[in-house]
Design a binder for this molecule. Structure first.
Ligand code: F6R
Length: 607
């Protein structure tokens, strides 16, 4: 999604803004721009495509000035053209915006009636025009910004800069996060703390409805009711703001490689010191009394929820309903008493997931959030936030957050299984021991990298691919297909293996790679039968299994990837690794942009 930065500094602003925008690149964007104030005069530069285009433009047409705002745009209203790029400027006002102004057509019509026309296709330009209109009627910049914000409907983060006001930025948050950075005689604004990390580690997060008046000497914040408020200054851990690739070619590769470590962190966070007990916060609902779980998320986080359904239902005999947040929120499902709602989100800012959470607010007995970003809106609006301990995830395609989500959800399911008397102490102890060994198992599994490169070389020439899995491997097949689509742009679909003969088998011919995720478990023989059906029709099977599975079914398959054998309960976490690596190496073979795939945004703060 769009990224916002702002600086009131004591040095040239343009290089600082471009550097900060680079740190927001991971969010996904298709154009970028900055505006500065030099000798009291507002000027801007904007360029389509990667930030390097903006930097090139600044070499030939520099922008001086020590105050400025910047933006990376992920197009919503209007194509990614220079004209539609931010900052938008109307007379003395420049504005950058993340989110959607839902009533911009109505505002545009009002402005048109007052003889004020628009030049771009964007909703954001309307904000600048309205503020300009208010200033023309005699309002101060601050009053004009407040009067403008009061008219807006939708979810947004906004940052204003004004002609002749080199020591003023006005920031507003309604739905999309904004962080204020405190420097030494300098102040900053950013969509997140990562953008500001090189400048400061002292951050104030704006709350919903806040308006911040920022000057070099500090910030004054008013809340949604216009009352002056004190928002705390938090010291951000430098680690959480680190965004280097650590010697890897891509953030995605680094984040895949980090999984043994971060899963270890998640385990340590929720296990007792001796590792023999799952310790959850006191505010956790008593699973023995819970009648039903509702799990809601989007994308990869949704597949983590689908996997967890198998765990909660099979291990804890606890009924689970899983839904995609964008469907759930408009379906308005009845929430019966005894329901605990769990929202899973890496960013904690996904607009649909947040809206679904709000729908459950007064309906569910309790609202839990399984999140990576602990300061996020979803974490703050839940009754209890359970951090997944994955560390900052920069690659647009989620990897380590997925496996950490799975790890935390599995621990919840195990806790529920014990609390509901559905699992013996011995079985729990065995599973905890296997879980503690999982980081080491994942480290060993990294050796599949070579075999996966061979699979990827073949896959990179395909138009389309199928992923199959049964039971808890079905969501993993879905995740494998999503990852492949996202970063290699190869069309991929996933099916529950048993569903193949009910339609998709018609797609099978010698050009169709079929990736089968199947540990040698109770369902394995049934999956082998499905593989035979594919092979009989010339389909090229890539079997991802353990040594026993490959030995039992490998003959006749096109390729095999052998993973270490694990307890079937843990298999979904381990099998995420080949799903990620297949997509990663296929994207490398195709030469696509792994960390910033086209059209995608890291945190989806619009509907
Ligand atoms: C896929 C991916 C997305 C996200 C989805 C939800 O690789 O990253 O599908 O999983 O947009 O995002 P969060 O987890 O931030 O709510």
């Amino acid at each position: 999604m769009c990224g916002i930065v702002g600086v009131l500094g004591n040095h040239e602003a343009a290089p600082v803004l471009v550097e900060a925008l680079k740190r927001l690149e991971y969010r996904g964007y298709d154009s970028a721009g900055i505006a500065t104030i030099n000798d009291g005069v507002l000027d801007r530069r904007r360029a389509v495509g990667k930030l390097v285009n903006l930097s090139d433009m600044l070499v030939h047409h520099p922008l001086a000035g020590k105050a400025g705002i910047g933006h990376t745009r992920w197009a919503t209203h209007g194509a990614p053209t220079e004209q539609n790029a931010h900052p938008h400027k109307a007379g003395p006002v420049a504005v950058v915006h993340n989110g959607i102004i839902e009533n911009f057509r109505e505002l545009r019509a009002e402005l048109a009636a007052a003889g004020i026309g628009h030049e771009t296709d964007t909703d954001t330009e309307t904000v600048a025009l309205l503020a300009q209109h208010h200033m023309q009627q005699g309002m101060t910049p601050e009053a004009a910004a407040r009067a403008t914000i009061a008219r807006l409907r939708g979810a947004y983060a906004l940052l204003f800069l004004f002609d002749g006001e080199g020591d003023l930025m006005i920031a507003a948050r309604a739905g999309s996060p904004l962080a204020i950075g405190h420097g030494e005689g300098e102040m900053y604004v950013g969509s997140d703390a990562i953008a500001l990390a090189p400048m400061t580690d002292r951050i104030t997060y704006l709350e919903e409805g806040d308006i911040a008046v920022v000057a070099r000497a500090g910030v004054t914040i008013t809340d949604a009711d216009g009352r002056l408020v004190n928002r705390p200054v938090t010291q951000i851990a430098i680690d959480s703001a680190r965004v280097d690739k650590g010697g890897h070619r891509h953030f995605m590769a680094k984040e895949i490689a980090e999984q043994p470590m971060v899963i270890g962190n998640a385990l340590r966070h929720y296990l007792s010191d001796d590792g023999n007990e799952i310790v959850l916060p006191e505010a956790m609902p008593d699973f023995a009394r819970v009648e039903r779980l509702v799990l809601v998320a989007c994308g990869t986080a949704y597949y983590a929820c689908l996997t967890a359904k198998y765990w909660f239902e099979q291990l804890a005999r606890l009924p689970v309903e899983v839904d995609i947040a964008s469907e759930f929120r408009y379906r308005e499902p009845p929430i019966s008493p005894g329901t605990v709602a769990i929202f899973v989100s890496q960013s904690g800012e996904t607009a649909d997931t947040l809206a679904a959470l709000r729908y459950c607010r007064d309906r569910a007995d309790s609202i839990l959030a399984v999140v990576n970003v602990e300061t996020s809106s979803i974490a703050r609006e839940s009754d209890l936030a359970l951090p997944i301990q994955a560390g900052t995830e920069i690659g647009v395609a989620s990897t380590k957050a997925f496996t950490c989500q799975l790890t935390v959800l599995l621990m919840l399911a195990l806790k529920a299984a014990r609390a509901r008397g559905e699992m013996s102490a011995e079985r729990l102890s065995d599973l905890l021991s296997a879980l503690r060994g999982l980081p080491a198992t994942l480290n060993t599994a990294m050796e599949i990298d070579g075999a996966i490169r061979d699979v990827a070389r073949d896959l990179s020439g395909a138009q389309s691919a199928l992923f199959l899995g049964r039971g808890a491997m079905y969501p993993l097949a879905l995740e494998g297909a999503l990852k492949l689509k996202e970063i290699s742009y190869i069309h991929a679909e996933a099916y529950a293996s048993g569903e193949l003969k009910h339609g998709p088998i018609a797609l099978i011919d010698e050009t169709m790679p079929v990736i089968v995720m199947a540990p040698c478990d109770a369902l394995f023989e049934k999956t082998v039968s499905n593989m035979q059906e594919v092979m009989a029709r010339g389909g090229r099977i890539v079997l991802v299994s353990d040594a026993a599975g490959v030995a039992a079914a490998g003959a006749g398959t096109f390729q095999a990837v052998t993973l270490p054998a694990v307890d079937p309960v843990l298999a979904p976490i381990l099998y995420a690794l080949p799903a990620q690596l297949i997509a990663y190496h296929t994207a490398i073979a195709k030469g696509t942009d792994v960390d910033q795939p086209r059209n995608l945004a890291k945190s989806v703060t619009v509907e």
